[in-house]
Every structure is written in C-alpha cells, then in structure tokens.
Write a protein that binds this ligand. Sequence first.
Ligand SMILES: [Zn+2]
Ligand SMILES: [Zn+2]
Ligand SMILES: [Zn+2]
Length: 783
Amino acid sequence: MALVPLPLDLEPIARRLRVRGIVQGVGFRPFVYQLALRHGLAGWVRNDGNGVEIEVQGLAPALGVFAHQLETEAPPLARVDGLEMHDIPPDPRRRGFAILASAPGPVSTAIGPDSGTCPACLAELFDPADRRWRYPFINCTHCGPRYTITARLPYDRASTSMAGFALCADCGREYASPGDRRFHAEPNACPACGPRLSLLEAHGLPVLSRDPIASTLARLRAGEIVAIKGLGGFHLVCDARNPEAVARLRSRKRRPDQPLALMFAGLPSLAPWLRCSPAEAAALSGAQRPILLLGKQPGFDAALAGIAPGLDEAGAMLPYTPLQYLLFHEAAGRPAGTAWLEQPQPLVLVMTSANPHGEPLVRDNTEALARLKGIADVLLVHDRDILIRCDDSVLRWRSDLPGGLQFLRRARGFTPRALPLAGEGPAVLALGGHFKTTACLTRGREAFVSQHVGGLDNPAACVALEESARHLMGILQQRPALIAHDAHPDYYSSRLALQLAEELNVPTLAVQHHHAHVAAVCAEHRLEGPVLGFAADGVGLGSDGQPWGGELLRVDGAACERIGHLAPLALPGGDKAAREPWRLAVAVLHALGRTDLARTRFADEAALGPVLALLDSGRAGTTTSLGRWFDACAGLLGIVRRISYEGQAAMQLEALARRPGCVPPLEESCASAGPILDLRPLLARLIQEDDPAQGAALFHATLVDGLARWIMLHAQAAGLGRVVLAGGCLHNRLLAAGLRLRLQGAGLQVFEACQLPAGDGGIALGQAWVARQGAAADSTKAP
Ligand SMILES: [Zn+2]
Ligand SMILES: [Zn+2]
Ligand SMILES: [Zn+2]
C-alpha cells in the first residue's frame, strides 16, 4: 500500500471504503476524520450496521497512504478485521470532511468490550486542577464501559444507559470536537452532568456523608463488607489484610474455601505478595484487566490468611474503573499525579463477585439491596445502569501455550469479541451444558460466545442464560437456522433449546458433551479433517447413557467415534461422590481388594458402612471421568474429604504436587489394555505414600506418562497426527503442559483451547461448530 505510483495527472480520485471489525465506540470516526484532514482529503465517515463506511476524495498517493494508515494507526481499542474499497466517480464540488450520523438499517457489526481506565484519563482523575478530578465516571474513546451499558447497535449514546444523562456545555463541546479525545465518546460525562455515587446502608437509606469514597474507605478499614457497583455487576469488597473481615465475608457468602480475588493499586503493590513475570504484568495491565492467577510469594498465607486456602496461586487484578482507583487514591492520601501508583501501596482489597448462592451476578441497585441483604454492610452504588451482566475474566499465563494465556473464565474485557471461524455457514445458536455455561451464536465467519453465565442449578441462572441467548440474537440481529444443545435431556440448557426452537420454528441438534469439548478446540484453531481428541473432564453424558469424562475420540467434523476411555470408577452415592472425595477413595480401595484399609482410614465416616455395602452389591453407578480420579487420589492421600467448590480436590492436589519439584513417573502403573486405560494400579502404588505432596507429585507424573503413552498408541493406530486436548481437567497445568510436552516430543501436533476455557465454558462454541459441520443427528458411536 505504501508504494503507490504517482499519478501522471493531478486529478482527484474518489473511493468508498468499508471497515469491518471492532470499529464502533472506540474513537474510530474521529481517527478517520483526523487522518483525512492530515492528508488533505475530502469526504465523510459514518457508522452503519456493517462497521464504518468512508468516502474520500483526493490525490491518489494520499488516498493510498490513508488506506494503509487506517489499519496501521487505528486507535488502541479498535480491531480492523477487514478493509474493502472501490473507486467511485469523483465529485468536483466536494469540499471538507464530515462525520455523518449513523446510517439506519440492519446491524451486523460488533461492539467493543469494556476497557480499563486509560493513562490519559488517569492523569486527569488525579489532577486537582482538572474538572474531572476524582470523578468516578471519567472515560474517553480509549477506555470505559461499552458492552455492559449498550442495549443495541449501532453504538450511539441513545442506545446506552447514558441516554438519560444530557451532556453539559463543556462535555458537549468535547463530544462535538473532532480533535478531542472525547469526540463521540458515548459515555462521556463530568461531575456537572454525569452519573453520581451514593453510599447506602444495608437497609437502603443513604449514609450521611459528604464524600462517599472517603466513607467507603473508612468502612472497609473498620472491617466491614461493602458491595461496590462495578462495570458488569457488583463486587463484595473487604480489606484483604483483615482476617476477621475475610472470614466474615466467607461465612456470609457461604463460601468456605473457594479462592477470593484480590485487587492491588498497581504492580509494585502486588509484588510483595505474588510472583509476576513481565508477561504476566503485561496481561494484568492490559485494557481487559482480567483476574490473573499468580504464584504466591512466601509469606502470602501468613499475611493474607484465608484468601486462597490450600492453593499455591491466587487471583489478582488491577483497578479498571475510576471508582476502584479512587479507593486506593483515598487510602494513599489523595496524592496529585499518578506517580503513587508506581509505589507500593499497603491497601489490598478482596474483590469477589456478588453472586450469592451461585446465582448470577447482582446488577441493579434495587436487586443489590434485596439479594445482598445479610451479606453487605453497606453499598456503594451509582445511577448509571448496568444493562449487561458481565463477570471478571479469569486467566493464567502458560508460556507453553500459543498466545501464552489460558482462559478459566471469559467475560468482561473479552466479550462480545468475535472468534473467527474457518468458513461461512448458517447462523447457529448453541446453549452449552450445565456448569460454567455460556451461549454461542454464529454469524457468517464469526462466532460470538456470551460472557460466562455460570452453573444452571438455580432459576436465576437459567433466566440469565435465556437473557444472554436473546441478547446475542438481538444485538447481532441473527435468527438462528438451527439450535444446538447438550445431549443431556435434563439440562435446563437442553430444554431451553427445544423451547426456543419451537418458538422460532427451527430444528435442534443434540451434541454429545465431549464431542463438543473437542469441537470447540477444532473451531478455535480452524481445524478441518479428522483429529484425535482427548476429553479430560468432570462429567458429561455419554452416548451410552453413562457419565463420561476421560474419552479418546476420533472427531471428524460432525462425526465422532469413541475409540478409548478410562476404566470406569464406581461412584458410590452418585452426585454425593463428586462432592466427597473420600467416597471415591473408598471405591478405589474396594476395587483393589483393600476394603480393610477403607475400614481403618475412613472409620469415622458415618456413611462408610452403606458405601461399602453399595460397592459390594455392584449397584453403584460408574464413570470414566478423569476428574473423579483426581478426587479419588486427593481422598486417598488424605488431602481433602469433602469439597465446597467444583475442582477443589484437583486444584489442591496440583498445588501440593508442585512442592517436591519434578519426580519421575512410577514404572508400569497405568495399565493400557486395548482401548481402556486403567488407573487403579497407579492408585495402588500411592496407598502407602505418607507424604501427600510426594504422592500428589507421583500421581501427576505417572498420570501424564500413562496418558501420553496411551494417546500416542492410539494416534499411531488411527493414523492421526493431530491431537486435541480438551475438557475441564486441562485447567490443571501439570497435566496440560506435561501432555503437550510429551506428545509434541513424539512428533504430534497438539491443540488446546486458547481463546476460551478448556472446560464447560467452551462447549457452546463446540456445539455450534458441530452443527455447522452439517450433522443431522448425534453421530457419536459407543464402542
Ligand atoms: Zn480514557
Ligand atoms: Zn459534563
Ligand atoms: Zn465438560
């Protein structure tokens, strides 16, 4: 583009350009305007349903440079996915460059995700001479809320929850000045015209305070629990260095063990507590501002008791709203400028989602008063409505993964960003599974995966899934041609699929859970043709009606064949067994003929007798889930007998396994007989292990070795060179990184989820992909 030949004459030419991608609400039109002025071009720019449309007229070389710079110099939050242009007849009367009103018509563009406060806004926020000094809703076209305040497209102020705030003269001037950072910044506001804070007592009456920020900090310092309205919902916040406050928050939220996320003023404030590499620091400081899991520094647990019990990492994030920054600013004594952010600040806050009883995140002020009753002592709210609920995203740095980041939860900062697909296809809506649910809607070559909705075991979460699905259809203006869902008929997501299909009069497709897990990775990496998939998971219904979760699958688009699986493990007590690892330990001991040991080790369990009787009867259900083998091992090594959150036993086992460092695998401990891999011999070797950390390390090393050999054997037998690793167990780094290393070492190509969680947060994409591959019915065959 840069090498445009000089025209022989100096007649102007004209072109129409179409820019696709994230180009609305990110300062793209003022950028185009300024670029056009710089190159002396006439014409106009406007938003429409397809992105941004531009007409420019001028000399050919200038037009060439202009088109090149549209892509190379786009604003920080913009993402140009496509640029098309064609010549149009020049108009000799055309003068000047204008920004036109949005074109009406069908909508097919993407809106940007919410984004953390930018450095320019921070500088104003802490400048006592600035008119927005300490204003909690400062933003510009490079930062601030987007997705969570937008009801529909095109992205204009009237479509957002800022519609009710009329711009004052000063803000209006900024909004209308093409040279201003706030030109067409839709959420633009100031203390004179914008949203305001209020601090409410738990019963709803306002706290008599001249300064809600100062009063909130005082209440936090006094050990109280404050509900604070954020970008995509409320957080429950307390002083992380006050163990009584943390314990109170845990008991009120009925969350005894689940790790709590921390917020630090800046990277230097985090350094004493958590290890943070330059890559991790970059991820923490990016515009998405995710929660990043970081390794604990020595002394973490002593000083920050109860934050992440039993784990060797904790979730951390940096402030991303001006309001959050202001709490740290207040604690630092309201310094002028931003230099204080580069110095260690003692305040550390617990920032956990306000989602009582596993229900969806609290979003409205009135909802907060009702649903956080008995949990929050005081509520810091404001009058800018959150239209779309969106949790914090949770990621981890994994240097062996392409792109480096592994998603554990994908939400704020990333949704509604589209994932590019390999090809065109019909619009498909997919509704996910039961745990960590998301919805997905495809449009053309893109897939839009909703923010994390969560587990569907309460009515409010079910409503939230339906809302998410309808919002996707509305905002993308897509009527699905097909609705895909999990093969489990009792999941709410499956019932919702049938209900929506009837309403829209479109067919449905049931996709086996682990087929969807593997398919999600295929979709993300745009893999065509057959792959060997290893689904290492908690649980999903298999096509033989049994709970699966350790499956070797040959996946070729819509076709899926089960070619191997882990040996079944008894589940004494069904769902209870998944919450009580001791039951699985007993099941393993029973299977190994060591009932004597079960009787001595678990003598104090009241249910031991009935559990053994059930195992004797042979009537206990079984599963092939790898997740349950992790539970069994944790139970056997005495690490945890009962869990209070999903994945707890495996996470604690992994944390312990890292203590002894690298250990060699136990020889001949995973017995592979044809398609079945039996892990009982491995657990038999761990029975006498007294040191839980050593046992955990041996378990991981031997498991990785056994699985890798088994996968390599079947890859060779099936003639497949590409292996997809998927499922919730891949959130375990020792397992994921270990398998990747071994399989790659054997010359196999390895693919994992990189843009979505490997667990159930990704299966909606997999279901949509399978549906797109033209499946007429669930084609998974039992062996
Ligand atoms: Zn900004
Ligand atoms: Zn104003
Ligand atoms: Zn799953």
